[in-house]
Write a new protein. Structure first.
Length: 72
């Protein structure tokens, strides 16, 4: 993964995700974080980082591909 994507996650994607209220999912996140051994917490964070970066990239590519379909 490029350094830019890691920077983008740390400086844009992650703050956006942190600003969204978890609503119905807070129980599930708390359950995982409380039951996961502390030495695996960093691994979970890396998996969430990977997923968020690729979801952002997918949305970016999908949005760019649909630009011709939006009314002007």
């Amino acid at each position: 993964m490029s350094d830019f994507m890691l920077w983008l996650h740390a400086n844009y994607i992650r703050p956006q995700l942190d600003a969204v209220p978890p609503e119905d999912y807070s129980f599930h996140f708390d359950l995982i974080k409380n039951e996961l051994p502390s030495d695996l917490q960093a691994e979970l964070d890396r998996c969430l980082e990977f997923t968020a970066i690729h979801a952002f990239a997918l949305g970016f590519r999908t949005g760019a591909g649909m630009a011709s379909l939006t009314p002007r």
